[in-house]
Design a protein around this ligand. Sequence first.
Ligand code: SAM
Length: 417
Amino acid sequence: SKTSDRLSVFLDSGIYRFENSNVVFIDPVRVLNLSYNRHRVSPTAYYSRFFHSKCSGQDRHETKLSSSSKKRKRREKKPHSLNERERAADQRHRQARPMLLKALECLLTATDLLAIMRNLRSESCPFECREAPLHHNEHALTELCRVWQAPLYEITLNFPKHHEPSKDVGSPIDQCNGQRIIPVFNNLVVNETISDVDAEFLNEKYILPRESCFYMSDLEQIHNLIPAESDCGFNLIVVDPPWENASASQKLLYPTLPNRYFLSLPIKQLAHIDGALIALWVTNREKLRNFVEKELFPSWGAHYAATFYWLKVKADGSLISDLDLFHHRPYECLLLGYCHGKGRNSEHMSSWSDKVIISIPGDYSRKPPIGELLLEHVPGPKHARCIELFAREMIGGWTSWGNEPLHFQKSSYFVER
Ligand code: SAM
């Protein structure tokens, strides 16, 4: 039957497409696993929140959230009239609301999928409950690329014994022991093989997906990624900026930047000569949305095309917070824009429509891997060149740039196959 087809596609790809709608459910663990053949992403490590089972006993973040949301609710009860900006935000929310409710209804009527969802976290560990990894020196990593010793730090890639012969990427693999030792900062680190490889840096182990690369640096060095040949630019550019934000937990997790820094991102220079799809994660703050529409997209040469809503649910299919909670919406937006290439028309833009992507969130601020869903909308060659800016993880076939693209590559987020 059609339903069981959809389910088997989901089990292979991590993407469940609801019939006759612009709604999909994704399991990031399955999607990410397509980048690895020697390891698997650990579902318990990925799904560190939003599972209400024995397994989520260590969920500190969750309990913290719920007590602060009680305070919030108390505060929000006070009747006050909305100011102009709040009214605009409310208007935006009202526009999206019917579509989001319909998406949720799709999910809640897909009983076969719901049954699988409940077990997404325990799929690899039916008998033992593995602790989600705890990392203490994370903040330090984001500072390291700025210290004067940065050029001295090296990463060791340990290629499996029978890897594919390497293409010429400048630094050959030592044929005897399959190692490559190269600078880790301000340097393009490439795994050109079709296998994931183990890497080591500062006594920590990392897993690098097949056919992937990262450039770990501060914003000042991003221009080193601008391609020398204009037809070597990127067809798909995903950006998740460290927006300034009042959230205290965010401040502890990574440094943020004032908006003006994002105006100078070299998006036009990174884009492919035939045009590029730009996908920008934004928060629900009205002031930010205005900035993106009136200043940021225009300065990047990006023309707005559509919005993808990421609707966040718990393992039982319920929303992570009340849909109408003003300062804590259970969804985030991905704004899609198109950078026109030379002599290209904008025909295909009209065919883009808004979409809802449903998933169970992972760690704080970690976005679901939506590359596959975006590729359907990328113009040009079938083999699109893809880059993620301010990335905290790597994906097969992609370039990841940021000051901590190795963050979610730590071996504690993986299990061996
Ligand atoms: N998309 C990521 C994910 O799903 O996990 C989250 C990205 S987070 C919103 C923003 C990232 O930008 C953080 O990793 C932060 O450390 C990084 N960042 C902050 N300031 C930076 C700078 N000056 N240069 C490079 N990266 C920076």
